[in-house]
Design a protein around this ligand. Structure first.
Ligand code: F6R
Ligand code: MG
Ligand code: MG
Length: 366
């Protein structure tokens, strides 16, 4: 049976700042999907990561389907109504356009989708991150799909011996989707040369070269490009199929123990370590640190199992302690150097005015 998984996420309001959504808001979105899914959706699951709510759909409509996208959009609109009623902060923040126009891509919500022929058992992972951007997945995906130091299956399993095809998008290009396809292992130096620049080059998808099947789909939205001004970081979602011809769940999770430094954190303008968290976690310290959650499911005949919360384990408590230390260390240097993003990536316009005013006061000495 052919199944499509679509995860569509948006921040439509939160309690006490950009921290987490209210329970009533989450309930309303669930209720809306439940009441309007009939004949369209096989199953769904709703969770939040920081201030972002993710709706995971299992259906048979294929990727980019107008009805599925409209259902998500309308559910977020229904949620926004509650957010406004409750006076939540940033109500409707990620719904950047006034009316739905066929596809949520380019309208604010982040979306990752994949269609595949279901294997007899079909395990997959849904990642959702807050206070960071899609480039945050570059390094963990590179390590999980290219590097035998993290993916032992690349050495041990004949079903991954041909490697993987990476489709990488230049997200600074706004006229359309500008993508390149590169193959691991033979192109890994080229892949690395692109992926080191997390703000510009983002992995969009990965395919198995043994079977041609899709393994990974990442949301590549840049809210900055859509709105032309600050509206929040792009808080990416990602789907990863695991086991068999794909890396094992634990191989995909393993690079997340690095707590690598990503863009985001306070005001989307800083550098902070990515902390793996349990489902429905809030953000806190300095509106962060940047967080990522991972729910592991199986899908069978279109029905989702209950999720296993992949970062809910004593091992990850130890990782979280280390990541907290890294966050504290980089924050100690405040605005200086590597602690803040370069000028072009700052998410607030205030500094532009400041620089213009100061520029006028500079004098060139003769
Ligand atoms: C970052 C984020 C927060 C806000 C910050 C200020 O993505 O959402 O760090 O940037 O709380 O928020 P405003 O400008 O809404 O007062
Ligand atoms: Mg927000
Ligand atoms: Mg967010």
């Amino acid at each position: 049976m052919k199944t499509t998984l679509s995860v569509i996420k948006a921040d439509v309001g939160s309690v006490g700042g950009h921290i987490k959504p209210s329970q009533r808001l989450i309930n309303r979105i669930g209720e809306y999907v439940h009441d309007n899914m009939s004949g369209l959706v096989n199953d769904y699951y709703i969770s939040h990561t920081g201030d972002d709510i993710a709706i995971l759909f299992s259906h048979q409509q294929g990727v980019g389907d107008e009805d599925i996208h409209k259902l998500a959009w309308d559910a977020f609109l229904a949620g926004t109504q509650i957010a406004k009623e409750q006076g939540l902060y940033g109500a409707g923040q990620d719904l950047l356009k006034n009316s739905f126009s066929g596809n949520v891509r380019g309208m604010g919500p982040a979306v990752a989708e994949m269609e595949f022929e279901e294997r007899p058992n079909e395990p997959f992972l849904m990642f959702a991150a807050d206070k960071t951007d899609p480039g945050a997945y570059n390094l963990p995906l590179y390590l999980a799909f290219v590097d035998p130091m993290y993916n032992s299956g690349l050495m041990l399993s004949p079903s991954m011996n041909k490697g993987f095809k990476f489709t990488i998008m230049d997200v600074s290009y706004v006229e359309g989707d500008k993508v390149i396809e590169l193959n691991a292992p033979e192109d890994i130096y080229d892949i690395a040369a692109l992926l080191r620049d997390n703000q510009r080059f983002v992995i969009e998808s990965i395919h198995s070269r043994n079977t041609g099947e899709i393994a990974v789909s990442v949301s590549t939205t840049r809210l900055h490009n859509i709105a032309g001004k600050y509206t929040g970081k792009d808080d990416p979602v990602m789907l990863v199929r695991v086991q068999g011809v794909f890396p094992a769940t634990g191989e995909v999770l393993s690079p997340f123990n690095i707590g690598h430094f990503v863009a985001g954190f306070m005001r989307g303008s800083h550098t902070g370590p990515l902390m793996p968290v349990t489902k429905n976690s809030a953000v806190s310290y300095f509106d962060g640190p940047p967080i990522v959650s991972c729910l592991a499911f199986c899908v069978h005949n279109g029905k989702l199992t209950q999720p296993a919360d992949a970062f809910d384990h004593p091992y990850w408590d130890w990782v979280r302690d280390r990541v907290s230390q890294k966050a504290t260390e980089i924050r100690a240097q405040g605005f200086s150097g590597a602690a803040m993003l370069p000028y072009s990536e700052l998410e607030y316009g205030g500094i532009v005015d400041k620089m213009e005013r100061l520029e006028a006061r500079f004098r060139v000495r003769s």
